[in-house]
Design a protein around this ligand. Structure first.
Ligand SMILES: Nc1ncnc2c1ncn2[C@@H]1O[C@H](COP(=O)(O)OP(=O)(O)OP(=O)(O)O)[C@@H](O)[C@H]1O
Ligand SMILES: [Mg+2]
Length: 254
């Protein structure tokens, strides 16, 4: 099967920086697969996700979508890409525009892709809000009226409203308290299952990784040091860095 997203020997060096923050990374995301990107702070996880989203351009190497090199100038490809690949960010406070009602926020992908007017978007917005477990009157309210967990549900509703094939998520639950976290992880798992979504997720919470992602890739200072089935990578890590990463996770005394 053609990978839906693929990085081939990708390197990123930010302007003015002395070193590469991503070095020679090759990675393929198969349709329907879920992949976790793990590694310490600064390892380059967000940069990798931004590469997959087309927001950061590689300094060298290739990013492919459905087998074709991602070309921001190609408007037709970008349209298909944006419809197919949506994202959820870490901070549900800064990722939702406080001046807009939830209806407008969730409808944004439909409007910017030119798929719907305000009127035709409304039923799709209602369906998406219902799907993420929010009451119908959510649409007419503002983000500040909601808790962090509810806001992240709004962000997820916005991400699924145009029926994407791929969801990219950067630490989607790490700003949430533990019980809320579990509920949002359950929601992501359900969506993945029922829509056959491809999920690429950055998380430092290895229990979230283990419950949501079939595959795990481990990044150490911009290099991919290990990747494979999550059970294998987290259960029987081969690379010393992965072992240290797993060993550094605090555990509750039982
Ligand atoms: N826009 C930028 N300009 C310059 N350097 C950047 C930029 N964004 C990130 N970096 C640097 O690139 C490296 C990787 O950053 P990145 O945000 O990808 O790491 P991360 O693994 O997501 O870390 P965290 O777990 O803290 O979110 C860091 O050293 C960071 O300082
Ligand atoms: Mg990050």
């Amino acid at each position: 099967m053609t990978p839906v997203l693929q990085l081939t020997d990708v390197t990123v060096r930010y302007r003015g920086a002395a070193t590469d923050v991503v070095q020679g990374v090759s990675l393929a995301v198969e349709p329907g697969q879920s992949l976790a990107l793990v590694g310490e702070s600064g390892a380059g996880k967000t940069t990798l996700l931004r590469l997959l989203l087309g927001l950061t351009r590689p300094t060298s190497g290739t990013v492919r979508f459905d087998g074709e090199p991602l070309t921001p100038r190609d408007r037709r490809q970008m349209r298909t890409f944006r419809r197919s690949v949506q994202c959820v960010f870490q901070d549900p406070y800064s990722s939702l525009d406080p001046r807009r009602r939830v209806a407008a926020i969730v409808a944004e992908p439909l409007r910017s892709l030119g798929l719907d007017s305000r009127k035709t978007a409304a039923p799709k917005v209602a369906t998406a809000l219902e799907r993420v477990g929010l009451p119908a009157d959510t649409a007419s309210r503002y983000p500040h009226e909601f808790s962090g967990g509810q806001r992240q549900r709004i962000a997820i509703a916005r991400a699924i409203v145009c029926d994407p094939r791929v969801l990219l998520a950067d630490e989607p639950v790490s700003a949430l308290d533990l019980t809320t976290r579990v509920k949002v992880v359950d929601l992501l798992a359900e969506l993945k299952q029922e829509r056959d979504l491809t999920l690429v997720m950055v998380s430092h919470d290895l229990s979230v990784v283990a419950s949501l992602c079939e595959r795990t890739a481990v990044l150490e200072r911009g290099r991919l040091v290990e990747q494979g089935a999550t059970e294998q990578v987290l259960g029987a890590p081969e690379h010393p860095y992965t072992r240290r990463l797993i060993g550094s996770v605090p555990r509750l005394p039982v």
